[in-house]
Design a protein around this ligand. Structure first.
Ligand SMILES: Cc1cc2nc3c(=O)[nH]c(=O)nc-3n(C[C@H](O)[C@H](O)[C@H](O)COP(=O)(O)OP(=O)(O)OC[C@H]3O[C@@H](n4cnc5c(N)ncnc54)[C@H](O)[C@@H]3O)c2cc1C
Length: 416
């Protein structure tokens, strides 16, 4: 597209979460003063999915789920259309919603991800039953209503990821009798080594959580108002409600088939450019460089989404001036980091948990903590830390576990 054509069309941002908001902020901070059109599939201010479990669990108020004020967003002078995008046609530079078609000069896809319930069986005797999930404010409202209801006493969480554990914590905070079922032998799928996960599980059991690990839900039947669940080991139990956290899937159904390079997400370069020069992607839809493996992966964390959105916005502002973004604005990549506390049992991790031939693990057990550090022997740098995870029996802000986590995360980042 020529500069003249570009100047007559807005920059479009699809999705108004942290990646989308940070793209808009960076466009403005980088001097772009042209039109920005944001497409959002929900009314209201952008929310943080991170805070939804705290809202449902009664630890945060509704107003606290929104990281940006209306005034801060107004200052960006963007035009926000409350219309879900149903098609993006990159070759035609066209975005379609149920209300019409819109042309753009450059576009940022920042539509995040949605929970999947794959593997959860249809409920016999109640075909309309949908398990609880957690991502959006609407999901949080539904979970909150269930958790506030005295009729819900026995609560089942299926899945053992971070989101599953946050859902579990919300239910524990509301005084529910909780069971967690996970297909793997340990909780914290792919984030923890077995020794660390086992310590975390000990903490959960001490808080009264029943763990069914190495099992799945095989069948569910509505009987006498309850949900009678049969597990894969043949045992059955009745619950009042079920929450399912079986992973997230990037929201990309609206991208015209074959128009962009999509693997698990949109494959992007160090400026968040997709395979089409006028389409960028950021956040939980973007498959960018993960620094330890060197592979393109989705690293679905808040900080990453914010940095990627900012990188895309700055690069687009440069291109709209007719220049090319240079290495100073490139985002080298990211690493995965996680922190979660469930009723006082703390878990922190960063980097990789993948054990290869040139890696070794050191496990340290103390009275209140299990720490696993993963070292890699590299030909150029000797031995370096590429990952760690720890579980601590208490969650003390600013305490030793947080200090160790911060120090090891820094060491990983410095070695990259
Ligand atoms: C329960 C939970 C807890 C979490 N806890 C943590 C944590 O502790 N730390 C951490 O770092 N990360 C955490 N995360 C992950 C973090 O929330 C995400 O990585 C981050 O929000 C991704 O930002 P995003 O902008 O890519 O996506 P989102 O914040 O999901 O924003 C995408 C937006 O696009 C909209 N959209 C989707 N499709 C369309 C469409 N077709 N048209 C228009 N709009 C559309 C969506 O409705 C949404 O508003 C958590 C996630 C969940 C669900």
């Amino acid at each position: 597209m020529t500069m003249q054509e570009n100047a007559n069309r807005p920059v479009a941002i699809i999705g108004y979460g942290t990646a989308g908001v940070n793209a808009a902020i960076a466009l403005r901070n980088s001097g772009y003063d042209g039109a920005i059109t944001v497409f959002s599939d929900h009314e209201g201010l952008p929310y943080s999915p991170i805070l939804t479990s705290y809202y449902a669990g009664g630890e945060k108020e509704f107003e606290e789920c929104f990281p940006w004020t209306a005034e801060e967003l107004d200052d960006l002078s963007v035009s926000v259309l409350g219309e879900a995008v149903v098609e993006l046609d990159p070759d035609a530079h066209a975005i379609r919603t149920s209300a019409g078609e819109y042309a753009y000069a450059k576009c940022v896809i920042a539509t995040g991800a949605n929970p999947t319930t794959v593997g959860f069986p249809a409920v016999q005797g109640d075909s309309s039953y949908e398990p609880l999930v957690l991502r959006s404010i609407e999901d949080a409202e539904r979970l909150k209503a269930v958790l506030e209801s005295p009729a819900c006493k026995r609560f089942l969480v299926s899945g053992a990821s971070m989101v599953a554990l946050k859902t579990l914590e919300a239910a524990l905070n509301r005084g529910k009798e909780c069971t967690l079922v996970g297909m793997n032998p340990h909780v914290l799928d792919f984030n923890a080594l077995p020794e660390v996960a086992a310590r975390f599980e000990k903490g959960l059991r001490e808080k009264g959580v029943a763990l069914r690990l190495g099992q799945t839900i095989q069948a569910v039947e509505r009987a006498d108002g309850k949900l009678a669940v049969t597990f894969s080991n043949g045992e059955s139990e009745a619950f009042d409600e079920i929450a399912v956290s079986h992973g997230m899937k990037s929201n990309l159904a609206f991208v015209k088939p074959g128009s962009l390079n999509i693997d698990r997400g949109l494959v992007v370069d160090e400026f968040m450019r997709t395979s089409n020069p006028d389409v960028y992607a950021a956040g939980d839809v973007a498959q960018a460089t993960e620094l330890i493996s060197g592979d393109k992966r989705i690293v679905g964390i808040w900080k990453n989404a914010a940095l990627q959105g900012a990188c895309a916005g700055a690069a687009i502002a440069t291109e709209m001036r007719g220049a090319m973004p240079d290495s100073a604005g490139a985002l080298k990549g990211s690493i995965s980091t996680n922190t979660i506390a469930v009723n006082g049992t703390l878990f922190i991790s960063a980097g990789t948990m993948e054990l290869t031939d040139n890696r070794r693990v050191e496990i340290r057990e103390t009275e209140d903590m299990t720490l696993a550090v993963i070292y890699e022997q590299s030909e150029t740098q000797g031995e370096r830390i590429v990952g760690f995870n720890l579980a601590c029996d208490h969650d003390e802000p600013g305490g030793e576990a947080y200090d160790i986590g911060a120090m090891l995360t820094l060491r990983i980042e410095k070695s990259l």
